[in-house]
Design a protein around this ligand. Sequence first.
Ligand SMILES: [Zn+2]
Length: 157
Amino acid sequence: MATGTLDDRGIIVACPHCGQKNRFAYERLGQAVRCAACKTTLSPLAEPIEVDSSAHFDALVAHSSLPVVVDYWAPWCGPCHMVAPEIQKVAARQAGRFLVVKVNTDALSDLGQRFGIRSIPTLAVFGGGRELARTSGARPASDIEAFVEQATSKVRI
Ligand SMILES: [Zn+2]
């Protein structure tokens, strides 16, 4: 399965067929993308994306056409490692419905401070350019999905 990286305008994914890099624009994340080189239809991201900069994070949450599930974590945090496979399951099962990203609060301490993340793991849901809900502590994938469904049920994204 392809992994993605963020840039200012979208998620960059290498085509699994030919290796061409393609961009899934943030504004059209739920829509099918065809590879610019070989025209293969690229499936939606089914893995969590590691956020590499706060500028890319801001661009994503401001423009994403899908709800964004954020896993705030750090390498030294035991419960974060327990929740990681559950986050992966959510990304795989909800591909094309939610986008799942991970924020390493050691590497991106400015984001952790700006959003007032005091304990990890913390899960947050962003939609329509703002944070809709957050919860802390490790939990199974089905609980995470229920949390996201509830957070996004009241808003149109
Ligand atoms: Zn291709």
